[in-house]
Design a protein around this ligand. Sequence first.
Ligand SMILES: O=P(O)(O)O[C@@H]1[C@@H](OP(=O)(O)O)[C@H](OP(=O)(O)O)[C@H](O)[C@H](OP(=O)(O)O)[C@H]1OP(=O)(O)O
Ligand SMILES: Nc1ncnc2c1ncn2[C@@H]1O[C@H](COP(=O)(O)OP(=O)(O)O)[C@@H](O)[C@H]1O
Ligand SMILES: [Mg+2]
Ligand SMILES: [Mg+2]
Length: 368
Amino acid sequence: MAGEKRRFAIGYALLPKKENSFIRESLVNLAKSRGVDLVKIDRERSLVDQGPFDCVLHKLYGEDWKIQLADFRSRNPNAVIVDSPDAIERLHNRISMLQVVSELKIENQSETFGIPKQIVIYDQETLFDNQAWELLKFPVIAKPLVADGSAKSHKMTLVFNRDGLNKLKPPIVLQEFVNHGGVIFKVYVAGEYVQCVKRKSLPDVSEEKLKSLEGSLRFSQVSNLPTHEKSDDTYYKMMNLEDTELPPQIFMTDIAKGLRKAMKLNLFNFDVIRDTRFGNRYLIIDINYFPGYAKMPGYETVLTDFFCDIMILKEREKGLLEECSQKKMAGTDGRQLLNCEEEVRKTVTNSGCSDQKIVGKFDEKGVA
Ligand SMILES: O=P(O)(O)O[C@@H]1[C@@H](OP(=O)(O)O)[C@H](OP(=O)(O)O)[C@H](O)[C@H](OP(=O)(O)O)[C@H]1OP(=O)(O)O
Ligand SMILES: Nc1ncnc2c1ncn2[C@@H]1O[C@H](COP(=O)(O)OP(=O)(O)O)[C@@H](O)[C@H]1O
Ligand SMILES: [Mg+2]
Ligand SMILES: [Mg+2]
């Protein structure tokens, strides 16, 4: 009907657990009221037979899904895929995941950032090889090299001494455990939006305590444990989140923007700890694709804004492409026209909306 605003369809492909936590009625309704329809992609059917979608939102693993996305992209060059599977894949390995941090250039006089010292171990022999250990000192955290979302990939071991190495199963990353006051910062990114929240983490290990600790301690997803589990156990004793100061907002926002650009990703979060030895040194320890946004205060608005931003970019793209075709009708030569269309695609989305210019926002509160 004339004058009626065009609606925008976003297809989503998520595992059942993710779908349950993310696709809430409150999000679906808010998005709908702003012209965006969230439509479930049927994983039993091929993606190209579904839609039409202006955008596909996804967090699925495996080659078959990658092939389906590639097929969909070639048949729907104007649809936006958030995000590109190749860009996401970098986060499935705990070494390549953090490599991007060292490429970042951020100008800041008062704070510094980096990653903890770490080595990758592929086999049992290297695990006990003294040379490999020159760089690290105990305690260390052993993390599975692969970060593919499986329960196994979250199984960590805090290792206090050489005895603790016996139970480890390579391939693993050994990362120096850095005392950080028992609190981690989770920085959620959705397009240009950045929000930092505090979560409980492992308590500090003093030099004194280290001497008395035996072997190793296994743990998994400590920042996601229900509060009673952390407070009942003396090891995860209550730490007062309120007393912990958030990192400077502008600093976290700059890192978030740098990571987003370098990784060409729009939906991710990263875990940051503050090294208690320095107080102004921040270490990035983990980056997650499409994390648990529903735990972030105001997630419905943040995500709906993000969807609308994609929609605006798509509309702008359409307008610019129309201009291109008008030029064609006006007799502009073929090569110039091709350049024009390529330019439009470059400025607008399709490489995962990573070039979009949207005003940055940062939440003030920061406790999830
Ligand atoms: O389920 P949630 O809400 O705890 O979210 C998980 C994230 O928690 P967070 O938002 O950082 O507190 C979680 O973050 P952490 O790795 O725990 O730092 C992961 O992103 C996890 O995905 P995957 O298992 O690595 O594929 C996320 O799990 P999925 O929801 O993607 O299965
Ligand atoms: N280098 C480190 N120093 C101190 N604590 C760490 C370090 N690495 C990880 N942790 C703790 O272990 C938890 C899990 O490690 P992380 O790399 O975030 O794995 P996951 O992908 O399972 O979240 C972190 O949330 C933090 O509490
Ligand atoms: Mg983590
Ligand atoms: Mg993780």
